[in-house]
Design a binder for this molecule. Structure first.
Ligand code: ARG
Length: 460
């Protein structure tokens, strides 16, 4: 029997159906059904015989799905209906008992919570692999100077290890964000029914334990209406992708002839269809370009949730494609970043040369004056005058004469040897002795800390 007098319009069916994308939830759906049916039998809601028949049927359905023999039908609206339909075909009418004390509303969000937990774990593991590579490369290049940039203008020299570790720390925070998303997806919605609970005295904790949920969602209305654990996942994914886009952008710049700081591995580069000499950093460019796509999923799903009355609304079906594509895109981007970082080769000479522009030591010269008692603002002006003189006369700062120094600052002229000393490259790097700074001792401390953090269980 059906309450409807006419069949669904084919276009409505296309609009309404989610089977095209939610079929990937089948492992979670089968797992929750197993746990559900066992609990029903333990509570005396289903007989042991019915339980066994349903479990055997589910086994058969799962094996068809597993090896691609499952025949989806035109009118399978979603994965939940498809599995139940096939279960009844295989096990007979007893299969219809599976949906006792359950609604698709608590069923779908339970699948999604399980899925989100799994993808959060996968993201954490992938991030750890990239962190490990960054750390290894930092150790290999601990004392290779390169310019640090602001406004993409050479600013102050740093060691390559220091620069690479900057990405390590961004990723460490990303990893914590995924640990948070995982925890947020750890409250079992199943047992909430359509929205108000179910008419049976179920044991939700038993189901939670079997499915690896830490808690039972305390409010059935919230449980079927809520998807903020997906927003948490998407938020973590958006931020992480954005970090990867910055890494990608730097690899593009650094591998250009203009910079010449590094060469990307052939296995992560492509050629040009017309220019035989070219080696293009496509993977790094795509790291840049994938980030807005993931951020778009976050923004779009916020739009879906915004102003949505409680509880379940079909709008919520739109959660899936955003979540799935964000997770696929992020994990692929992480794999690409890891592959490139693992095998990129840096050009020590090019970086050193770029970092040896004496003008980069301007702040250090100002600080020398500060140590000699000149107020910083005044020292800034003195050094600006020296820079101007050097540029105008086409010379380096170290080529200015003691007389020229004296014109700007008699104090500086009295400390001529210190002035010359400050202009040697290693002193610009080694003078950055503050905690978190670029001097070798500080970078060494940072490396040691990074090693402990890498193997720490991430905390949300
Ligand atoms: N395919 C649906 C979704 O993804 C499953 C839940 C349907 N529930 C309902 N009351 N129509 O959200």
């Amino acid at each position: 029997m059906s309450r409807f007098r006419e069949p669904q319009h084919p276009d409505f069916r296309r609009l309404n159906s989610s089977i095209g994308f939610d079929r990937r939830l089948w492992p979670q759906d089968v797992a929750q059904s197993r746990a559900h049916v066992r609990m029903l039998a333990d509570r005396g809601i289903l007989s042991a015989e019915d339980r066994d028949a349903v479990l055997a049927g589910l086994e058969a359905v799962a094996s068809e799905l597993e090896d691609g023999r499952f025949a989806f039908r035109e009118d399978d609206e979603d994965i939940h209906m498809a599995i139940e339909r096939r279960l009844i075909e295989i096990a007979g009418p007893v299969g219809g008992k599976l949906h006792t004390a359950r609604s698709r509303n608590d069923q779908v969000v339970t699948d999604l919570a399980m899925y989100t937990r799994e993808r959060s774990v996968a993201a954490r593991e992938a991030i750890s692999r990239l962190m490990r590579e960054l750390l290894a490369r930092a150790e290999d290049h601990i004392d290779w100077p390169l310019p640090g940039y602001t406004h993409l203008q050479r600013a102050q020299p740093v060691y390559l290890a220091h620069h690479l570790l900057a990405y390590f720390w961004m990723l460490a925070r990303d990893r914590s964000r995924f640990a948070f998303a995982e925890r947020e997806a750890g409250r079992l919605p199943l047992g909430s029914g359509a929205l108000a609970g179910v008419n049976f005295d179920t044991d939700r904790l038993q189901v939670a334990r079997e499915l690896g949920f830490a808690f039972v969602a305390p409010n059935s209305i919230d449980a079927v209406a809520g998807r903020d654990f997906i927003l948490d996942y998407l938020g973590a994914a958006a931020t992480c992708s954005t970090h990867l886009s910055r890494l990608g952008a730097e690899l593009v710049l650094w591998s250009s002839a203009e910079f010449g700081f590094c060469e990307l591995p052939d296995s992560w580069s492509s050629g040009s269809s017309i220019m035989p000499q070219k080696k293009n950093p496509d993977a790094a460019e795509l790291l840049r370009a994938k980030a807005p796509r993931v951020v778009g999923h976050l923004a779009a799903f916020h739009g879906v949730m915004h102003g949505l009355p409680l509880t379940y609304n079909k709008d919520l079906q739109e959660d899936k494609e955003h979540l799935f594509d964000a997770a696929d895109t992020l994990e692929l981007s992480l794999a690409a970043a890891t592959g490139m970082v693992a095998r990129v080769s840096f050009n020590r000479e090019r970086m050193r040369e770029a970092a040896s522009d004496e003008l980069i030591a301007a702040t250090d010269l100002a600080d020398l004056l500060v140590r000699l008692g000149t107020p910083f603002r005044e020292a800034h002006g003195v050094v600006a005058g020296l820079v101007r003189k050097a540029i105008d006369s086409g010379r380096k700062l170290s080529q200015l004469t003691p007389e020229e120094l004296a014109e700007q600052s008699p104090t500086l002229a009295e400390h001529d040897p210190e002035y010359r000393e400050v202009l040697s490259q290693s002193s610009w790097l080694e003078s950055k002795v503050s905690e978190g700074g670029t001097s070798l001792a500080r970078v060494g401390q940072q490396l040691a800390l990074a090693k402990t953090v890498l193997d720490e269980a991430p905390s949300a």
